[in-house]
Write a protein that binds this ligand. Structure first.
Ligand code: FAD
Length: 460
């Protein structure tokens, strides 16, 4: 076992962990970042598959994400706008393909009225929610006891309106069926993006991409941190002690983080991992009861991000923006994801939660055929024959276990939310899945990294 002594040991080299490390180092602290994988970035992963550069994880930047935008500026990274000229496609329950512009889907007038009414109602409720403490809302408990699906039923009997509004939070964001999370959890998701209208507005929420890929953020931060970042070091055990109980087994230190080959002794540890992985580490002594309980009430959503690359962005020739939605399609949303300065055209589509379960019970060939068929409903026959096809499957990744992020089960947010980021002795927590603003996004990861580093620097 190699022994290292440092001020702060950070578990996880995703955007949150690397941001915390950067801030601590800037303030003169020594840090060691232990990363389980053979790469940094966690859920940010830009790779070249059969000659095509693909964003396997997170990629979009929206204009309100100022923590991420500051980091992009600091690293000298350039952004470009998602292609959005032309008409969008919507597919109705009967399979009719309808073209439209703007945010409101081409649905019957009554349904449109219901959708607009629901958006207004949700905007009103979201404006009352503080994303940093949704549990403080006077009706938090009540809103956390009703599923989002059920809440929508209390608002309208229009199925198509419910399905579409449900899709923006369920398939498109939390990537769980809308019966599996509460209305409060849905309001947090929208409040974290500023409003429900912002979530519905693809031009806002999926505004820009980074030239060369968003993984350059963690890669750039890690490069500056140099050999403080240690790859292939899954943390298995953390020994710790409350300051009042004396110290963990190393005199003068509060924690020891142990991997298969390293023992890092430090004053504090930051667990910058998805909260569902916190209980995968052993703690000596065990974490308090509250932690044992609360981590059982969080789970990852599940979505397949599908990449289809073509010789050209052929849909643009017929005046299509590439933006497509349907709550009735296997691929519930899809976009033009052509890389900056790339003559080829890329489509990205998403297959969420129970639909994803369904296609994973098929062979890879059957799954690909079904997914491409769904894309062809939006873009025509040419969509059936991409030159590169790839499915991001985060559910199979041991150090993530789902996508995009973790959320509470019914009742969990009001019951446990306030404790999610509360430190336990020398153990601190940071992750996008604990953020208020930027929740489940890279911006939130950076915010949480900054917050936890600030807390440690203030000696709290
Ligand atoms: P992670 O990135 O999960 O980092 C945690 C790190 O901890 C990982 O590197 C992991 O390997 C490591 N780790 C875990 N356990 C251990 C252990 N025991 N020991 C050592 N290391 C450990 N966000 C956006 O803003 N825009 C998008 O367009 C977007 N799209 C997305 C698409 C997909 C398919 C996915 C999966 C995510 C997307 N997101 C998007 C979400 C965004 O990627 C995440 O919110 C963010 O990257 C999370 O950063 P993090 O540092 O909090 O956690």
């Amino acid at each position: 076992m190699e022994r290292i002594d440092t001020d702060v040991v950070i578990v996880g080299a995703g955007a949150a962990g690397l941001t915390a490390a950067t801030k601590l180092v800037a303030a003169g602290k020594s840090v060691v970042v232990l990363e389980a994988r053979d790469r940094v970035g966690g859920r940010l992963w830009t790779d070249t598959i059969e000659g095509a550069m693909l964003e396997i994880g997170g990629q979009w930047v929206s204009p309100d994400q100022d923590a991420l935008i500051e980091t992009l500026d600091d690293l000298g990274l350039e952004t470009y706008s998602r292609y959005r000229e032309g008409e969008n496609v919507y597919i109705s329950e009967s399979g009719e393909r309808r073209l439209f512009e703007g945010e409101i889907f081409p649905v019957p007038a009554k349904t449109e009225g219901e959708i607009v009414g629901l958006i207004e109602k949700l905007d009103e409720l979201v404006a009352q929610i503080d994303p940093d403490q949704p549990w403080a809302h006077p009706k938090a408990k009540e809103l956390d006891e009703i599923s989002f699906a059920h809440w929508l039923e209390t608002q309208t009997d229009d199925d198509e309106a419910r399905l579409n509004i449900g899709m923006f939070i369920a398939g498109a964001m939390l990537t769980k069926p809308d019966h599996a999370f509460s209305a409060l959890q849905a309001l947090l998701m929208a409040a974290s993006a500023g409003s429900f209208s912002n979530l519905v507005d693809a031009d806002f929420i999926l505004d820009k991409r980074v030239v060369g890929g968003l993984q350059q953020v963690p890669l750039g931060l890690a490069e500056r941190l140099g050999d403080r970042v240690r790859l292939n070091q899954p943390v298995r055990t953390i020994r710790w002690a409350q300051p009042s109980d004396g110290r963990a087994d190393a005199p003068g230190h509060g924690v020891v983080a142990m991997t298969d080959s390293l023992e890092v002794h430090a004053d504090r540890v930051i667990l910058a991992v998805p909260p569902i992985l916190i209980s995968r580490i052993s703690y000596e002594p065990p974490l308090p009861r509250r932690q044992h309980q609360l981590h059982q009430h969080l789970s990852m959503g599940f979505v397949i991000k599908v990449h289809a690359v073509y010789e050209t962005p052929f849909w643009r020739d017929s005046g299509l923006s590439g933006t497509a939605f349907s709550p009735y399609e296997l691929v519930h949303e899809a976009y033009d994801n052509t890389n900056h300065d790339d003559p080829r055209g890329t489509l990205v589509g998403f297959v969420s939660d129970e639909e994803a379960d369904g296609v994973f019970s098929l062979t890879p060939e059957e799954r690909k055929a079904k997914i491409l068929e769904s894309l062809s409903h939006y873009y025509g026959e040419q969509a059936l024959t991409p030159v590169v096809y790839y499915e991001s499957d985060w559910g199979s990744e041991e150090w993530t276990r789902g996508a995009y992020a973790a959320s509470f089960d019914m009742g969990g947010l009001a019951r446990y939310g306030a404790d999610l980021r509360a430190p336990v002795g020398p153990i601190h927590f940071a992750c996008s899945d604990m953020a208020g603003k930027g929740y489940q996004h890279v911006d939130g990861a950076i915010r949480m990294g900054r917050l936890v580093a600030g807390t440690i620097l203030e000696g709290r």
